[in-house]
Structures are given as C-alpha cells and as structure tokens.
Design a protein around this ligand. Structure first.
Ligand code: ZN
Length: 267
C-alpha cells in the first residue's frame, strides 16, 4: 500500500494532551509506514512554535505558521502589528525558515461560522498575512468557513500568491474558478461523509494535478473513525474515497496527491 501525505494537521492541539500527547501516534513505526509526510499547521504564534518543535523530531514533518481567524478574535492578546511582526520573524530569514522546516503561511482566512464574528479584524489579519506570503514568496493555507465570497475576493487581490483551500467546502463551480487562478484544493475526512454530496462533487471538479488530501487532525475524522481523535493514518479512507470518485486505484491516488503536496510545498 502506497504511503499518504497529510497536508493539514495540528499535532500540538491540546485535545491530544488529554490522551497523553500526539507522540503516541508520531513515534510509532506504524505511523510512518503509512504516512510519507505531514504539514503541522499553526493557528497562532504560540502554537506555530510548538509545531516547529514537533517537526524537528520527525524527519517527514513540515510546518505552516500563521494566525487563524478564530484565534485572531479569541486568543491574540497583542496588537495586530505585534502579532504580525512575530509571524514575520518566523518567515523573513530563509535560512531560519529552512531550519524550522516552514513551508507555508497558514492557516489564515475567514471564519463566519463561530459567532460573534468580527469581520474587520479577520480581514486585517488575513490581508496582512497575504502580504507576508507575497513578500517572502510562500504558499498559503486558507481556512474558509461560510465565507466563500469574501475569501474569493481576497485571493483575487493577491494574484502572485498561490495557495491551497483547506478542507474544501466550496461548490464545484467555485473550485473551477480557484483552479483557474492556479490554486490547489484539499479535501478532509468530510469527503467520506454520506451527506457531503457537494464536497464529493467539488472533489470531482478538482483536476488530478491540483488535488490534495488532509486530516485536519485531531478534528474531522473520516468514516469509519468518526467520533475518535483523528490522525494521519485514518486519512487512508479519505484517499480511498477520492480514488473511487476519480476512478483511480488507492495507490495511484496516494502517489498523485503525494507528488502534488511536494510540488506545492516545494519539499
Ligand atoms: Zn486546521
């Protein structure tokens, strides 16, 4: 069985702490026999540092650093200038960036699901981090929850910045537009849910050379692991579902999405 590349996980998440840390998964030979790569994605400065620390212990783990819109609203205690400056300090020096295995800025974007929503604040954080991505020529990982139109508008304002739409919930039609702009589309365990016909359609609308898969671990466990803490090995069911949709074998899908991930993150 081909190994799979998980383009989006949060192995520092405190949910893992409850069961004695993610290292239960990450230290096992079984894990790396199934998984050829993981991008450990920060959601604010503090846990971006944790993501880096963790990635240094695992050869095939990489890092994205950035401030998630919900964290921007709820957890960032400094001024926007100071918060952005701290993210900049992680990406501005190429040598340090390589040492820290940073391959992208993320996750950033809009979240209009969790109320109350501070749209202006979210906009400012998103925009400032898109500017960082442009300045340092880094790809971005985008979180878009119930904010498709505004996300699309922001992306169009930065034609030089390329990115991935994480745990895609856009329509097939919007996916085609994103692909035209040169973007990648990533699908999580939601793809395996029975009631997710629109997500399956969006996956089918994604050309094979732009398709990525992810866990969003510890969240969004695929069928048949729903309700459990997610980890990258479970992503085999997501890969199997994507393979079936695109009429490929599991191994072909695993190989293709791995190649795409390495090309996108320049690994
Ligand atoms: Zn995430």
């Amino acid at each position: 069985m081909e190994k799979i590349f998980d383009t989006h996980a949060h192995y520092f998440d405190r949910k893992y702490g409850e069961i004695g840390s993610a290292d239960t998964f990450l230290s096992g030979e079984d894990f790396w026999n199934a998984v050829c790569g993981v991008v450990n994605v920060g959601t604010r400065y503090e846990n971006s540092l944790k993501a880096i620390e963790q990635a240094k212990k695992h050869e095939n783990m990489y890092v994205a650093v950035g401030i998630h819109p919900s964290d921007a609203q709820n957890d960032c205690k400094l001024s926007i200038d100071e918060e952005i400056e701290r993210i900049r300090s992680l990406v501005s020096d190429e040598k340090l960036r390589k040492e820290n295995k940073i391959v992208a800025i993320g996750e950033i974007g809009f979240d209009y699901y969790w109320k109350p929503v501070n749209k202006e604040l979210q906009y400012e954080y998103f925009e400032r981090q898109m500017m960082l991505a442009e300045e340092f020529d880094l790809p971005v990982i985008i979180h878009d929850r119930e904010a498709h139109g505004d996300t699309f508008d922001m992306i169009k304002r930065f034609p030089k910045v390329k990115g991935v739409l994480h745990s895609c919930s856009m329509s097939a039609e919007m996916v085609r537009e994103m692909v035209k702009l040169g973007w990648y589309i990533s699908f999580s365990g939601v793809l395996t849910y029975k009631n997710a016909a629109n997500v399956k359609e969006a996956c089918l609308a994604t050309p094979l050379d732009r398709l990525l898969i992810e866990t969003d671990a510890p969240y969004l466990s695929p069928v048949p692991h729903r309700g459990k803490l997610n980890n990258s090995v479970y992503m085999q069911s997501t890969a199997a579902e994507a393979a079936e949709l695109h009429k490929l074998s599991f191994d072909e899908m695993a190989r293709k999405t791995m190649e795409n991930a390495k090309a996108f993150f320049k690994i």
